[in-house]
Design a protein around this ligand. Structure first.
Ligand code: BMA
Length: 851
């Protein structure tokens, strides 16, 4: 840092000619290493140390040693509950070299400690953690010594830790999803779903669940680079706010290199004072390539490398990928009530997506391939938004990086869901650290769309009878709502305002309740009239809000998944095992009641399981179509829920193992940029086309009515001009005219929109519920042809097949499944697999096989 002015000038010259980064031998000052080796663990009250894997949690270590059985298997959940009441110790040793010891600063960073953890280095307590959602950094140089160092971390039971607090509170918090009779979870800043949920096993974990890094440096370090965007006509100004911590007064250079040569290198010299320095540096990107969400264009990212330099040394450096976009939430009174829609780069965008829950109760075993599969599923399903729901976790960096890359906008809840929370000073201080840490960690991601304070707490407080059912006194109620106000209406918005100004925040999703139709004119809504309200699926057509941020229906995971946790004797919805794997209080009976409305009684358990998926898929399709069709009144549909955290009956479209349920295919088809829908209204058949595209388009609409033997009864085709971002009725006709006297029970209407030789959307319509269809047993003809990475599969049939499900032994991904086969038409799909197959190896099943 002590450097001459001349050197500065040379550096600047080199930088502006883009030679800077390659022309010199640069030594690196900052070093880091992970501390994941040599760990052992034990129950605090016992003596035997056993090998542990870090990052990990205690359940994983116990399982590896055979000390507990797999909690996901059968009803083992019950057998492992003792773990939450124990304290656990982890220890390791690590070497510190002379080089490291000579550094000005040595810090240890824990990206995640779950949860009440005391860290002891060489016998001295250096850190006490109490929040699994924050990164803990500690200057540890003074505690380290040359050569071998000992580190021990004690995790205190998250149950015992808060018991006194619970006992002295004087009332019960309304945390219905917490599976323990004592609702302790609210006192601890730990993933709420760990304590159980209406789709979740209870596994209250402890452990070093994210990486540990030892970091050392001299002179100065980049604490943060915050990039804000100012979009102008032909350019985007990037305002950098750079935080540098320095050990002395001096000078540094801050260098910005484009990794893809999209702008010239930039360098500026700054004077530093000892301590924390905030530096500002702005520059423009001319003719920017914007970041667009999936379905609207490329999610373009500018790869940028930042360096903090002194003399010829790199003090610190970091990589970023910057996506240039504007994002607005328009939530304001309008002529209807209160709008809730989003604009990306100035365009109103209909949000299509889902709600995300963590992918496992044992978080460290979610590897990168599982994150990738999940995100690829979202992209393949034509989604543009994912809501990180408030009962889970703030995800790891990889999640947000993938979302940036794939054009998925993220609705980020703070981690509070479905209960009131404490609001005493200590709790607020803890949440403040958590909010600041996560806002600063996530605010640079182009995928980050908005902040929401919590899930359903305002709604619960006003409508779910918490105050009566818990017998709260007036004082209790006043206190609890005062806590609520402090947390969600004061602290969190203040933190967003301070650390991420300009990003939309609102205290609680949803804004409006689902009971009264009138409320659907206001803001976002979680419509649970279907499922919790037991209304038929058709009510999705009536109860359409301005933005649907939750709604859903359960199904079972496929039999292959069930076989992994249940033996044949458990294959019954009333068995102990199947009840363990169904956490909704009204779960299995509700699936059955809806099934009785739309389908004939399934003959056995596998038929029930299959039909549960068809039921969910068809029911939800009605919702997707109605909500998209109601654009621009309604401008978003996020279904509950994308995924599972263990194998269970749930509202998910994809099971714990990543298998697509029927609904996932239906989501994909219902979320295509151009969609056609058919609905009968007062004896009229109405055909709509919905477009999310940015441009107008000309196309052909084709309608064909077939009987179940494949004879064409009626056809209609017309040219259509489809305006961008629209939903319009293009054709309607008297149903009986169109049916030409055919039996309603044995015809299917197929609609297609074709443009530039491509089928943009294809949909089918039946004129009676499936249970009344005259389906005939038939065998489908399946031909396969080997191609790179799998097989092309061609299916045909002489009679209509409703929801054909194809399966092979072992691993394979079907490009389509659970689809209808119309006689006379070939269905061509792709099976990705590395297995060698004959067509006989493919088994098939359809609705007609269920009764
Ligand atoms: C929603 C969610 C979850 C729950 C789901 C199904 O309201 O926010 O709390 O799992 O309903 O009941």
């Amino acid at each position: 840092m002590k450097q001459s002015r001349i050197w500065n000038v040379i550096m600047l010259f080199l930088a502006t000619t883009s030679l800077f980064s390659c022309a010199q031998e640069q030594s690196k000052v900052y070093v880091e290493s992970s501390l994941h080796d040599g760990w052992q663990f034990k129950q605090a009250s016992k003596n035997e140390w056993k090998e542990a894997i870090v990052p990990g949690v205690v359940h994983m270590d116990l399982m590896r040693h055979g000390d507990i059985e797999d909690p996901f298997y059968r009803s083992n959940e019950k057998k492992v509950q003792w773990i939450e009441e124990e304290d656990w110790e982890y220890k390791t040793s690590f070497d510190v070299s002379e080089d490291l010891m000579n550094k000005d600063r040595i810090e240890i960073e824990f990206e995640g400690l779950d949860t009440y953890a005391d860290v002891v280095i060489n016998g001295i307590k250096v850190l006490s953690a109490n929040n699994m959602f924050v990164r803990w950094n500690k200057d540890v140089k003074q505690y380290l010594k040359l050569g071998e160092n000992e580190m021990k971390i004690t995790f205190r039971s998250p149950i015992n830790e808060v018991m006194d607090q619970y006992e002295s509170t004087g009332f019960e918090y309304p945390a219905d999803n917490d599976a323990h009779e004592k609702k302790l979870s609210v006192f601890t800043r730990k993933a709420p779903y760990h304590y159980g949920w209406d789709w979740g096993i209870r596994l209250v974990t402890s452990g070093i669940y994210r990486p540990i890094t030892l970091k050392a440096w001299d002179e100065a370090k980049l604490v943060d680079v915050w990039v804000r965007q100012n979009h102008k006509e032909d350019r985007v100004e990037l305002q950098h706010t750079i935080e540098v911590e320095s050990f002395e007064d001096g000078q540094v250079q801050f260098v910005i290199n484009s990794q893809d040569n999209s702008f010239e290198s930039i360098q500026k010299t700054f004077d530093l004072k000892k301590g924390l320095n905030t530096l500002d540096l702005s520059f423009d990107i001319i003719d920017p390539e914007l970041w667009w969400p999936n379905g609207f264009g490329e999610p373009h990212l500018y790869p940028v490398h930042y360096q903090l330099m002194s003399d010829n040394k790199i003090l610190d450096e970091l990589d970023r990928r910057i996506g240039l976009r504007t994002f607005e939430v328009i939530n304001e009174p309008d002529s209807i009530g209160e709008s809730f829609y989003m604009k990306v780069n100035g365009h109103p965008v209909f949000m299509k997506g889902t709600n995300y829950i963590p992918q496992d109760n044992l978080l460290p075993r979610v590897d990168s391939s599982r994150y990738e599969h999940l995100m690829n599923t979202a992209v393949a399903s034509n989604m543009n938004m994912i809501r990180l729901w408030g009962g889970g976790i703030y995800e790891n960096d990889y999640f947000y990086e993938l979302a940036d890359e794939k054009g998925l906008l993220l609705w980020q809840d703070f981690m509070f869901a479905c209960t009131m929370y404490p609001g005493d000073e200590a709790f607020l201080e803890n949440v403040k650290n958590e909010a600041v840490d996560n806002i600063r960690r996530l605010r640079n991601h182009p995928s980050l769309a908005l902040w929401c304070g919590n899930n359903e707490i305002q709604m619960g407080w006003e409508n779910w009878g918490w105050q009566e059912s818990r017998n709260y006194s007036v004082q209790d109620s006043v206190l609890l709502y005062d806590y609520y106000t402090k947390l969600f209406k004061e602290l969190l918005p203040q933190m967003v305002e301070e650390h991420d100004p300009g990003r939309f925040y609102y205290p609680s999703s949803p804004i409006s309740n689902w009971g009264e139709l009138e409320d659907f004119k206001y803001g976002d809504n979680h419509y649970w009239g279907v499922w919790w309200g037991k209304k038929p699926f058709e009510s999705f057509r009536e109860y359409i809000p301005r933005f649907m941020s939750e709604f859903g229906f359960q199904s079972f995971p496929e039999m292959r998944t069930i076989k992994k946790f249940a033996t044949e004797e458990d294959w019954n919805i009333d068995s102990d095992v199947m009840k363990t794997h169904q956490k909704s209080s009204i779960g299995n009976i509700t699936i059955k009641e809806y099934m009785d409305m739309y389908y004939r009684e399934p003959k056995d358990f596998p038929s029930f399981v299959y039909l549960s998926q068809i039921l969910q898929a068809e029911g939800m399709r009605m919702a997707f179509e109605a909500q998209r069709g109601a654009k621009p009144f309604c401008m978003g549909t996020l279904y509950w829920q994308l995924n599972d955290c263990w194998p269970v009956a749930s509202w998910s479209g994809m099971d714990y193992y990543g298998n697509w349920k029927a609904m996932q295919y239906f989501v994909r088809d219902a979320f295509t940029p151009v969609l056609t829908t058919m609905e009968e209204k007062n004896g009229q058949l109405e055909v709509k086309i919905i477009s999310d595209e940015l441009a107008d388009r000309s196309a052909d609409l084709k309608l064909e009515l077939y009987d179940f033997k494949g004879n064409q009864i009626s056809t209609h085709s017309q040219k259509v001009e489809i305006p961008s971002n629209s939903s319009e009725v293009y054709w309607h006709k008297d149903v009986s005219d169109f049916l030409k006297g055919q039996d309603k029970k044995s015809v299917v209407l197929v609609a297609e929109v074709i443009s530039e030789g491509k089928v943009l959307t294809k949909n089918t319509h039946y004129f009676v519920p499936v249970k009344d269809l005259k389906l005939k047993k038939s065998s489908s003809d399946i031909q396969i042809e080997q191609v790179d990475g799998g097989y092309d599969v061609t299916i045909s049939s002489e009679t209509l097949i409703k929801n054909l499900y194809l399966e092979i032994e072992g691993k394979g991904f079907w490009s389509d499944n659970y689809f209808d086969v119309v006689p006379g038409q070939l269905s061509k799909i792709r099976l990705e697999t590395d297995k060698q197959l004959k067509s006989e190896d493919i088994s098939s099943f359809s609705v007609v096989d269920t009764f």
